[in-house]
Structures are given as structure tokens and as C-alpha cells.
Design a protein around this ligand. Structure first.
Ligand SMILES: Cc1cc2nc3c(=O)[nH]c(=O)nc-3n(C[C@H](O)[C@H](O)[C@H](O)COP(=O)(O)OP(=O)(O)OC[C@H]3O[C@@H](n4cnc5c(N)ncnc54)[C@H](O)[C@@H]3O)c2cc1C
Ligand code: FES
Length: 290
């Protein structure tokens, strides 16, 4: 194993070739929703598992051998070191191939890549997490990171929604967080459902009802483009400035390390300048792309 620095961050490579993936083994598979599964991975090489570090918000390139490679964020927290987790929504060739794998199957991993949520900026702040659907995956890495270092942060609000009760991801985490008196967990679904006795309403509307104060606060927003489009104005209405809003961008990638030129949105390369951006950084061009 070789450790190299790309874009100022540590990367782990096999055989000095950045495109050769490390082999990981699936330890556990969790069915989240009818289309989303979480995979728990461990590096086949025990030394690699011990040396592996990443930051919340980073992503990797994952290979199903014989099917191809695709990009996914790490959904577990770097504070939990014995394995790492990825939540995959079935979309096409690679994600469907992933969903056919079983515990014990081997996959390839390159990474971790990209920047991360700005932990130093978040320290001492009130945090407002706003998530929708599988957008909870990158947020979840940061939320557990914050919980594991709870004294470093002030008030924490989590507003998370999905279309229906069965579309809510990480239900076991939602339950744990809703019982944690140091967090304000608000879960919502888009439309009334006989199987749901909780809150009903779209995430941006519920955010306005919860009305977190912008004072000494940062909002971290991840979800489908339509949710993000309506969440930024909702936050602005509450008094949040573009510098106080953070999100992650998604764009189809190939190399993941700034070489192939596939992933630009406006002037930024999502893989090396992001995927984490403040709204202030991207607002001039995101509305045309989202
Ligand atoms: C930084 C980053 C982090 C991501 N994290 C996750 C994650 O944690 N979990 C997860 O399930 N997915 C995540 N994605 C999206 C994921 O990369 C794509 O869904 C995946 O590449 C689909 O691969 P596929 O071969 O299954 O689908 P394909 O067969 O390649 O495509 C299926 C359909 O999805 C479209 N598509 C593919 N990739 C994208 C994309 N990036 N944006 C919009 N449309 C796309 C295609 O145009 C096509 O219509 C992330 C993407 C990025 C860039
Ligand atoms: S994915 Fe190749 S440059 Fe970003």
C-alpha cells in the first residue's frame, strides 16, 4: 500500500497506480428502502483497514468487478473506524450490480476523494441539518461525527423527509436521534399515509415551521435537486446568508481526482473543488444546472 497526497489530501493506492482499486469485502447489507441498501465494507488487507482515514463529506469510486465503477459518498462517520458504510440507491448498471452482491462479496474502492464538511467552521455553532431521501447519507456521516464530539457544537436540529414512510432511510438512526435529548430531530413525509402518525409536509415547508434561528448557525443541506432549490430560499427567509448554507453537489464522475474533466459545473470541478460547497460559492451557476 502507498500513501500519496492529491489536492492536499492523503490517498491510499495500490501499486503506485491511482486507478487500481483496493479490494474490500462486504461485511453486512442493510435494506433501507425498496431501492436503497447500505453496505458495510472492510478492506481485505487488515493493515489497510487500520491505516484508512477519511473525512465526513468525502466520496470514493467503487467497482463491481465485471460491471463498472461509480461514485458514492461514505455514509458512516470517521469516528467509527472498524469498517465504513455506503448507502446505494438503485439507478443503473453499477448500482443494480451492487444490489445483487451478497455478504462476503469483494468490490473495489478508490479514495477517499474530494473535500469535506468544514469541521473547524462548524465548531461552536448551532447546526441545522436539512436532508431529503438518500441525501441523508453524507449528512449522516457528519451527524454521527458531531454526536461523537457533542461538546464541540451548540444546538443541533435535524430536519429529514422522504416521500413516504417506506422511503425514509436509516430508520434505526432516526429512532436513536429522536430519543437523544441533545438533538432536535424532526422527521416528515410528503403526503399523509395511513402507516404514518408523524409530521406531514415537504422538507422546505417543515424547515420554515421549525424556524431555526440563523444566529451563530450553519445549515447543511443534502437532498434531491428540487428539495435543495426550495430549501435555500426557505433558509434565506429565516435570515440565513449564503455563507451560512452548505451543500454537496453531485455530477457524473469518471476519474474522481481532477484529471478527466467530466465533472465541472460552471467554473468548478465537483471532484476536486467539492463536493462540499457553500451556497455563496455556487449560487451564481447552480440554478442553471440543478
Ligand atoms: C460525489 C457524489 C456522491 C454520490 N453519492 C452517492 C451515494 O452516496 N449513494 C448513491 O446511491 N448515489 C450517489 N451518487 C450518485 C451515483 O454516483 C450515481 O447514481 C451512480 O453513478 C449511478 O451509477 P449506475 O451505473 O448505477 O447508473 P447509470 O447506469 O450510470 O445511470 C443511471 C441513470 O442515472 C443517471 N446518473 C448517473 N450518475 C448521475 C449523477 N451523478 N447525477 C445525476 N444523474 C446521474 C444517468 O444519466 C442515468 O439516467 C453520488 C454521486 C456523486 C458525484
Ligand atoms: S471526475 Fe475527472 S475531473 Fe472530476
Amino acid at each position: 500500500m502507498t500513501t500519496t497526497v492529491i489536492n492536499g489530501r492523503k490517498k491510499f493506492f495500490s501499486q503506485n497506480n491511482v486507478y487500481v482499486p483496493h479490494v474490500c469485502v462486504i461485511e453486512k447489507i442493510v435494506d433501507e428502502t425498496p431501492t436503497i441498501r447500505t453496505f458495510h465494507f472492510k478492506f481485505k488487507d487488515e493493515k489497510m483497514q487500520q491505516a484508512f482515514t477519511f473525512e465526513s463529506g468525502q466520496f470514493g469510486e467503487y467497482t463491481v468487478f465485471g460491471s463498472g465503477e461509480a461514485t458514492f459518498c461514505i455514509s458512516s462517520s470517521p469516528t467509527r473506524k472498524d469498517h465504513f458504510e455506503v448507502a446505494l440507491q438503485r439507478a443503473g448498471k453499477v448500482t443494480n450490480a451492487f444490489h445483487r452482491l451478497e455478504v462476503g462479496s469483494e468490490i473495489g474502492f478508490r479514495g477517499p476523494y474530494g473535500n469535506s464538511f468544514p469541521l473547524e467552521l462548524l465548531k461552536g455553532k448551532n447546526l441545522v441539518f436539512v436532508g431529503g431521501g438518500i441525501g441523508l447519507a453524507p449528512l449522516r456521516s457528519l451527524i454521527w461525527n458531531v454526536i461523537d464530539n457533542r461538546d464541540l457544537y451548540e444546538k443541533v436540529d435535524i430536519i429529514y423527509g422522504a416521500r413516504s414512510p417506506s422511503d425514509l432511510s436509516f430508520k434505526y438512526d432516526l429512532e436513536t436521534w429522536s430519543k437523544d435529548t441533545r438533538l432536535n430531530m424532526v422527521t416528515t413525509i410528503d403526503r399523509a399515509d395511513p402507516a404514518w402518525s408523524g409530521r406531514v409536509g415537504m422538507v422546505p415547508t417543515v424547515l420554515e415551521q421549525v424556524a431555526p434561528s440563523p444566529k451563530n448557525a450553519i445549515a447543511i443541506v443534502c437532498g434531491p435537486p428540487i428539495m435543495i432549490r426550495f430549501t435555500f430560499p426557505a433558509l434565506a427567509k429565516l435570515g440565513f446568508t449564503p455563507d451560512q448554507m452548505i451543500t454537496t453537489l453531485e455530477k457524473r464522475m469518471k476519474c474522481g481526482i481532477g484529471k478527466c474533466g467530466r465533472c465541472n459545473i460552471g467554473p468548478v470541478f465537483v471532484c476536486k473543488d467539492g463536493p462540499v460547497f457553500s451556497y455563496a460559492q455556487i449560487k451564481s451557476f447552480i440554478t442553471n444546472e440543478a
